[in-house]
Design a protein around this ligand. Structure first.
Ligand code: SF4
Ligand code: SF4
Length: 468
């Protein structure tokens, strides 16, 4: 490679200082073309159908997935996560964050390009815009044209559809926190609580403004991930890259006597299709969301001019430098992320498979710690809090592991019914003759067991306190 070309290759990996940032003064009207990466983007988009239909899934007469904030429970099909199990949520968040880091280390901002809500909703909005107002040239013409009845009709139609999607987005989000059918009814009868209206209003506003009006400006100026991504990528990360050594010197379509030119015919299609207005030939830029649209565009041009595809392609810095890309398991970042992922995953699986059907906590009365009865015996009071996490009511019996001299004073209270999904506070008294106790504090073990199912049994360690 000539020195000049090598300099260019080096430049391309230095964040372009001369990168043109569209600060929102002009709307980017990206051309929509077909291609391999466009198809992947549609597949990723289709996954979001799940977001809209999931609240309608039912499980035993209830919503299958529901964040029940008033009762502090998260229902996921047959599973109910209680606040006591919330540590699993931390592991889920770690899992998601590390997955994002790992994917970014391997293939750049795949999340931004294909899965981010902002990208997907913007893609839907601009698709509608394209269908209603026409291709980018027609849209720019319409934007600059005076307000006529035709322009007003098109604009009103487009913005109405955008608002409709925004409203559907807001209602769907709220439906993860309340029964979806009751929610729809309450919205349609204007009977929804204030918080439901506030959530809907916030989502309609932000969806409409972010996806319809601000678009790529959200990625440039508001998204923190765009700022930190540069620390997650390295020379091994594969990202859409312009092959400088093959493309330069660029020039209009080759003719006779232009053999010294590179493969880039300077058609600007790669810039025209970019949803963030980036010219990838200028090098890496913060604005590139690695959507691959420029790859589709350039491949279509290479096809037409009879050159091999891949002038813009997913490639790493090492690959462009002619080095061999190391295997994934030899890359320290990938290995580190994989270990953390594995640990987080193992923790979640352990947690999910070990959620106890009944959670028990016992608080010893502090004031007084004990009382001495008129017959000389010592009495301790305990408050038992038991949570039935199953879907059925449970008949439970409270006992203590046999300890010489200590027994339950109010035995009739030891048989209880634990309502499903409820916390039952219960007072239990233990009594003992002082002469049978050797220590000031004697360990006692409470046992709570189901009368129907012996497998449902929980224990709790506490102490019996006497004045000795
Ligand atoms: S689409 Fe390909 S050929 Fe056209 S300007 Fe971009 S890199 Fe060059
Ligand atoms: S430069 Fe290419 S990959 Fe990056 S955002 Fe633009 S079209 Fe997508």
């Amino acid at each position: 490679m000539s020195e000049n070309k090598q300099d260019k290759v080096d430049d391309i990996y230095t964040e372009a200082t001369h990168w043109h940032v569209n600060t929102g003064d002009e709307t980017i009207h990206a051309k929509r073309i077909t291609g391999r990466f466009r198809t992947y983007k549609w597949y990723a988009s289709a996954l979001y159908i799940l977001f809209f239909i999931t609240p309608y899934f039912r499980w035993e007469d209830s919503q299958a997935i529901l964040f029940d904030i008033p009762h502090r429970q998260f229902h996921f099909w047959a599973l109910t996560i209680w606040p006591q199990d919330v540590w699993m949520l931390s592991l889920v968040l770690i899992l998601l964050a590390i997955t994002l880091f790992a994917v970014t280390a391997v293939a750049g901002r795949i999340w931004c390009g294909y899965f981010c809500f902002q990208t997907i909703w913007t893609d839907w909005f601009t698709w509608l815009e394209d269908k209603i107002e026409g291709n980018p040239i027609q849209r720019r013409k319409l934007d600059n044209a005076p307000w006529t009845a035709h322009k007003i009709k098109l604009k009103v139609f487009k913005h109405s559809l955008w608002l409709l999607i925004s409203i559907l987005t807001g209602v769907t989000f709220a439906a993860y926190f309340a029964d979806v059918y009751e929610l729809w009814h309450s919205y349609l009868t204007f009977d929804a609580p204030l918080i439901a209206w506030a959530v809907l209003a916030a989502f309609v506003f932000f969806t409409y403004v972010f996806a319809g009006l601000m678009r790529e400006q959200v990625c440039f100026w508001l998204c923190p991930y765009a700022r930190i991504q540069s620390v997650m990528v390295d020379k091994d990360t594969e990202m859409p890259t312009y092959d400088v050594s093959r493309g330069e010197p660029r020039g209009k379509l080759r003719g006779k006597g232009s053999d010294s030119r590179g493969d880039c015919i300077d058609c600007h299609l790669c810039v025209g299709v970019c949803p963030t207005g980036v010219d990838i030939r200028e090098g890496m830029s913060e604005g590139c969301i690695t959507c691959g649209m420029c790859i589709d565009a350039c491949d279509s041009i290479m096809d037409k001019v009879g050159r091999p595809k891949g002038l813009i392609r997913y490639a790493s810095r090492k690959e462009m430098d002619g080095e061999v890309l190391p295997a994934l398991f030899k890359r320290p970042r990938v290995v580190t992320y994989s270990i953390v992922l594995f640990l987080a995953m193992a923790g979640i699986i352990y947690g999910l498979t070990h959620i106890p059907p009944v959670e028990l906590s016992i608080v010893h009365e502090r004031q007084p710690l004990f009382i001495q009865m008129s017959d000389g015996s010592i009495k301790n009071k305990y408050t038992i809090k038991a949570v039935n996490k199953t879907a059925k009511d449970l008949h439970m019996h409270v006992s203590i592991a046999t300890i010489k001299g200590i027994k339950i004073a109010n035995a009739s209270s030891a048989d209880i019914i634990l309502k499903s999904d409820k916390i039952i506070p219960l007072h239990i008294f233990l009594t003992a003759r002082p002469e049978s106790l050797k220590e000031k504090q004697t360990p006692v073990r409470f046992i709570l067991e189901s009368m129907e199912s012996p497998t449902i049994r929980v224990e709790y360690e506490s102490v019996f306190i006497s004045g000795r």
